[in-house]
Design a protein around this ligand. Structure first.
Ligand SMILES: Nc1ncnc2c1ncn2[C@@H]1O[C@H](COP(=O)(O)OP(=O)(O)OP(=O)(O)O)[C@@H](O)[C@H]1O
Ligand SMILES: [Mg+2]
Length: 251
């Protein structure tokens, strides 16, 4: 493992609620600015890895460890991981009744840094980020995700990414349910995050479209809770053409 790694996952095994083993002996290293893609059949454990990295308490680490900037975060709460600079965009974003999208993101920004988030500057930044994502301004005052379409929810996740500027963003099927134009718009947003912050990405996806304008450094294939293969960006196209059959057989 190298010294300048942002995220180091070492021999990680994970069970759900301490009963159902899902992930086995996962090793993964992400450096600042790198883009990693995680692919695999439905049910392989990709979202489980995302949740575990973010500290969801239902996902219990039974073996191994997670280090972020050299610090062991295996037992750290999700809040503290967010403060440290980690971010997860959910496969199925939750509705948050009673809190506008604008307030939610402002609170998250405040929680992240502890510093006050000045309203005028914040509103200007929010509008700028919403423009990048072609989101109508009126959505800022709507309760987060309540009544949002599937694609609008995914855009709201990327809006949070742009506003929070984490060191590492884990995007769980951010592209699913997006129309062709929206995929491009969201991809632009991700590119902007990457450039601005030298941000690192772990992108979970079933599709190549979101990756078209991004440089992919590594592609990992997860099958039945094991990373069975790691390759470069071209592996995404190979999987797109040939499916997972050869990896399932290798397993
Ligand atoms: N809370 C839970 N209770 C029981 N089983 C669960 C729970 N969460 C996940 N699983 C199981 O763990 C396995 C991995 O699920 P996970 O959601 O991580 O898969 P995935 O690779 O993200 O799949 P997809 O591509 O369909 O999103 C699945 O068999 C799933 O049914
Ligand atoms: Mg999933």
């Amino acid at each position: 493992m190298s010294e300048n790694a942002l995220l180091q996952v070492k021999d990680l095994s994970v069970s759900i609620d301490n009963e159902l083993p899902i992930l086995h002996n996962i090793n993964l290293e992400i450096k600042p600015g790198e883009t990693h893609v995680l692919m695999g059949p439905n049910g392989a454990g990709k979202s489980t890895l995302g949740y575990t990295l973010m500290g969801n308490p239902h996902y219990c680490v039974t073996e191994g460890s997670i280090l972020f900037e050299g610090q062991d975060i295996t037992d750290l709460s999700a809040d503290k991981r967010a403060k440290a600079g980690m971010f997860l965009s959910f496969q199925n974003p939750h509705e948050v009744p009673g809190i506008s999208m604008s307030s939610f993101i402002r609170n998250a920004s405040h929680a992240q840094t502890g510093a006050p988030v000045k309203l005028l500057a914040y509103k200007k930044a929010l509008k700028g980020a919403m423009d990048v994502l072609s989101m109508d301004e009126a959505y800022a005052d709507r309760d987060l995700n309540v009544g949002f379409s599937g694609g609008e929810k995914k855009k709201a996740e990327i809006l949070q990414l742009l506003m929070l500027n984490p060191k590492l963003a884990i995007l769980d099927e951010t592209d699913s349910g997006l129309d062709v134009d929206a995929v491009r718009t969201v991809s632009k947003g991700i590119e902007e995050y990457q450039k601005k912050k030298d941000g690192a990405l772990l992108i979970i996806t079933h599709s190549t479209k979101i990756l078209e304008s991004l440089h992919v450094d590594y592609t990992h294939v997860l099958v039945k809770g094991n990373i069975v293969h790691t390759g470069d960006g071209s592996l995404v196209d190979e999987i797109n053409a040939n499916g997972f059959e050869r990896f399932v057989k290798e397993d």
